[in-house]
Design a protein. Structure first.
Length: 240
């Protein structure tokens, strides 16, 4: 574990406290160009997200109908009814994105898979970096502005963890709280994203950003503010 990761974990509530919990639930409202590009424009209705903290498992309710929810793990995505009936299911879901570009349409299972791994990553940052198989190294700091220079943690994900891309970058302010998260969206043609996070809140002793805004990332590393690909607002967060 790097010194930066240790300090960031402590700033976000501490690994000892994190390990007391198994699940986080949150109300999410999401939007952005990506979903329209994929032929699945996002409504602004609140949904309830549930994420396991120590294994990659997530679910969102409702999804497609009031009594339906998703069930995500890296090797399976499903849409299910409240009674457990499977509405739709796909094994080895990552394989379905082979050859996709940014303009390739998604079906509901594609959307559910993206939602599952993305929200799992976001709701467990930075603590997921302590899981087995994660490669973690401190990289060169990022100068965001003349007055802001952020420390930089580079994480390499193992093959059995689904996420945006194998290598992702996390930037932390002077208070060691997350400011920005960079990645490539491999399942959508590998476009580069710079996701800024804002409005830190605290629930059950864990600190987390309540607003996320992911922009296209230009070759110089700066965000293209004309293209807001994904926005996510979080509220009513609870760790159990």
């Amino acid at each position: 574990m790097t010194d930066l990761l240790s300090a960031a974990l402590e700033a976000h509530g501490g690994l000892q406290r994190w390990n007391r919990f198994t699940t986080v639930t949150a109300t999410i409202v999401s939007d952005g160009e990506l979903f329209a590009d994929k032929g699945l424009p996002q409504d602004l209705e609140p949904r309830r997200m549930t994420v396991s903290l120590h294994e990659e498992h997530a679910s969102v309710l409702p999804f497609g109908a009031p009594d339906q929810h998703t069930d995500f793990t890296p090797d399976r995505i499903a849409i299910e009814r409240a009674d457990g009936t499977v509405v739709a299911e796909r094994r080895n879901p990552r394989r379905a994105f082979t050859g996709h570009t940014l303009e390739t349409p998604w079906d509901p299972l594609d959307r559910a898979y993206f939602n599952g791994y993305a929200l799992w990553t976001y709701l467990t940052t930075p603590f997921f970096a302590t899981m087995n198989g994660m490669g973690v190294a401190e990289a060169e700091p990022w100068t965001e502005s003349p007055t802001e220079r952020w420390r930089h943690l580079r994480v390499t994900f193992p093959d059995d963890v689904a996420s945006h891309s194998t290598v992702q970058d996390f930037y932390f302010g002077d208070d060691l709280l997350l400011r920005r998260h960079d990645y490539h969206v491999d399942i959508a043609g590998g476009f580069a994203a710079a996701q800024y996070v804002y409005d830190i809140d605290e629930a059950d002793g864990i600190k987390f950003p309540t607003r996320r805004r992911a922009y296209l990332r230009r070759p110089d590393g700066r965000p293209d503010h004309d293209h807001l690909m994904v926005s996510i607002d979080l509220s009513d967060v609870h760790y159990v």
